[in-house]
Ligand binder design. Structure first.
Ligand code: PMP
Length: 408
């Protein structure tokens, strides 16, 4: 681990962590839902609005040239962050959800036909289920589900059995937002390619914890959200291999995605603009660039190592809490722990622990099929970031014990 990593120094970059909630210091363990923003990101957005606010692309005036340059720089930052080959492979979207919908509605509409199959897994977020259900229904294609064990690890033999020449695309999460399971993505991508299927990787829960190299992975598409990697909401990324993006039809029509328009015929723009109709989220994009620089300044190796320490400590100490069961005991886990009690509803637990200043998420976490599999209404989920501390974990456990005593 990077010797210069100093969590107390890092915490000073996040103004919200100074806040008191219900009179207690905030312990923010809802990082899988969204991460807090460092001062550097907040100040960059403020700087954008106070010093360079202007629409990008079309104007020749100075402000517009400045904002356009700042906006374009971010595409390069993202390209390097995920090791893409070309900047044209980076499409700005609203987030993971829009990125997946874009692939389903463009690539899917152009390539799926009756009898084809799309594979997802049993642990997907709704945003990696519903877009595929919608396009499969429209096209008469079949959605196949790769199952997992009771420990919440994918059953790879079952996944491989589903892969056939009918499989056109496989879309799965790198890390489960509910279970923390880390999937063997390289193996899964190679297996999908061996039957000629394309692969979309949902990196919403991984890009902030693990180094992602799209060229080494050889995934065809990758989706992530800015707000889960210390950037603003409303901005995200779709990576796609250039050759595939070039072939796909556009997503939305409008300004910027065209080269020329007449009432008879419209000529579409080059990549990446072909997929970016309308005025984009300029401030959000510039904020995301700053967030990625911030993460890089700490280093994902250091982040992963530190967060793994927090996760292990939390998993061990949770065992002290009477009646608690952890949902998801995969060998490879990252940053997320879900837990349940037979006799306590997660929402009651979440509200009570909030009185101690601890923010955790409760409910189905947009993964209702997982809840159905285990026949539970929801879980309580603690998820960690590099700005959390061992002391916070200990405080959380002590608070949890008190809450459980009251509710149990
Ligand atoms: N996939 C996973 C694994 C997620 O955790 C989330 C967000 N919880 C999403 C997709 C959707 O992300 P967003 O809401 O930012 O579009």
């Amino acid at each position: 681990m990077n010797n210069s990593f100093d969590v107390n120094k890092i915490r000073k970059d996040f103004p919200i962590l100074e806040k008191k909630i219900n009179g207690k210091p905030l312990v923010y363990f809802d990082n899988a839902a969204t991460t807090q923003k460092p001062r550097q990101v907040i100040e960059k957005i403020q700087q954008y609005y106070t010093e360079m606010n202007s629409n990008i692309h079309r104007a020749v005036h100075t402000l517009s040239k400045t904002s356009t340059q700042e906006y374009y720089k971010v595409r390069e930052i993202i390209k390097d962050f995920i090791n893409a080959e070309y900047f044209e492979e980076i499409i700005f979207t609203r987030g993971t959800t829009e990125s997946i919908n874009m692939v389903a509605q463009t690539w899917g509409r152009a390539n799926l036909k009756s009898g084809d199959e799309v594979i997802i897994t049993e642990m997907e977020h709704h945003s990696n289920i519903v877009p595929w259900q919608m396009i499969c229904e429209e096209k008469g294609a079949k959605l196949r589900i790769a199952p997992m064990t009771d420990n919440c690890e994918l059953i790879l033999e079952e996944y491989e059995k589903l892969l056939t020449e009918k499989t056109k695309i496989v879309s799965f999460t790198h890390i489960s937002n509910t279970l923390g399971t880390v999937n063997p993505i390289k193996y899964m991508i190679d297996k999908a390619h061996s039957v000629g299927a394309k692969v979309l990787l949902d990196a919403a829960q991984s890009v902030q914890h693990k180094i992602i190299d799209v060229r080494a992975l050889d995934c065809d598409f990758l989706a992530f959200s800015g707000h889960k990697i210390y950037g603003p909401t409303g901005i995200g990324v779709l990576y796609g291999k250039k050759s595939i993006l070039e072939e796909m039809p556009p997503y939305q029509g409008g300004g910027d995605m065209i080269l020329s328009v007449s009432f008879e015929k419209t000529e579409f723009n080059y990549l990446p603009f072909k997929y970016e109709a309308g005025t984009p989220n300029i401030a959000g994009t510039i904020g995301l660039g700053e967030a990625l620089k911030y993460v890089q300044s700490i280093g994902l190796d250091t982040i992963d190592e530190y967060e793994t320490k927090l996760l292990k400590h939390a998993a061990e100490r949770l065992m002290e809490v009477e009646g608690l069961k952890i949902l998801g005991n995969a060998k490879e886990k990252a940053s997320v722990i879900s837990f349940i009690f037979d006799n306590i509803h997660p929402n009651d637990l979440g509200s009570m622990i909030d009185l101690h200043g601890v923010a955790i998420r409760t409910g189905h976490h947009c993964t209702e099929p997982i809840m159905r599999k285990f026949n539970i209404p929801g879980t309580s989920r603690a998820s960690f970031s590099f700005y959390n501390t061992i002391e916070e974990v200990d405080y959380f456990i002590e608070s949890l014990k008190k809450v459980v005593k009251m509710l149990g």
